[in-house]
Design a protein around this ligand. Structure first.
Ligand SMILES: C[S@@+](CC[C@H](N)C(=O)[O-])C[C@H]1O[C@@H](n2cnc3c(N)ncnc32)[C@H](O)[C@@H]1O
Length: 198
């Protein structure tokens, strides 16, 4: 079958091959963007940080294809994507203690209580993330949804993450994502959290 995704094999990580993921994380400074959308943030980060490595994870087919196109257009050697469900990837596939930074920007908030089970971030998910982040590595979470951020903060108290208030130069120059640019245009507040694995 002629799938659009197969046009970009250089930029796709094949999760059925352990070596494919290991080669992009072992002895490297690697960041993962969960729910990377169209790959805008990572393309910019990969262009600005050529010695660092970036992986985008996305569950929507159209969005992963757009991300792959951007990586190819910019001929980026330090950016790859995974087409997969975050729950599976984090729990079963990514090697433990392998990531320097993880970003979750604007996870779908599922505001209705009856859809609570669809929310990506809960204490189990956070504990699995804690496992795959290196010691002293960081988890960044941003959302425009005040209620979701409150829930996330409560879930964090059940984990071993510590809140970090220090802002590095990297943090200060972190580009806005596509959704964050839209929120800012609408004058919406963006809530943000930086957590560290101690
Ligand atoms: C609101 S969008 C934000 C996109 C991007 N991070 C941004 O800020 O512009 C949320 C993204 O998360 C993705 N997503 C939702 N659940 C996911 C899951 N279980 N695994 C991977 N990606 C997921 C969606 O497909 C969507 O692209």
């Amino acid at each position: 079958m002629n799938l659009r995704i197969n046009k970009y094999p250089k930029y796709l990580i094949d999760i059925s091959l352990a070596s494919s993921l290991k080669n992009f994380t072992k002895d490297k400074n690697t960041s993962l963007d969960i729910g990377c959308g169209d790959g805008e943030l990572l393309t910019e980060l990969a262009l600005n940080n050529p010695s660092k490595y970036f992986i985008g994870l996305e569950i929507k087919y159209g969005r992963i294809v757009k991300s792959l196109k951007k990586a190819e257009l910019n001929k980026l050697k330090n950016l790859k994507f995974i087409f997969c469900d975050a729950n599976l990837l984090i729990k079963e596939i990514i090697p433990k203690n392998s990531l320097n930074k993880v970003f979750i920007n604007n996870p779908d908030p599922w505001p209705k209580d009856k859809h609570e089970k669809n929310r990506l971030i809960n204490s189990n998910f956070l504990m699995n993330l804690h496992e795959i982040i290196k010691r002293r590595g960081f988890l960044y979470i941003k959302t425009d949804d005040k209620k979701y951020m409150k829930i996330i903060k409560k879930e964090i108290t059940k984990t071993r993450f510590a809140t970090s208030t220090k802002k590095s130069l990297f943090d200060k120059t972190l580009p806005n994502t596509k959704f964050q640019k839209l929120f800012l245009k609408e004058n919406k507040k963006i809530y943000s959290l930086k957590l560290q694995k101690k």
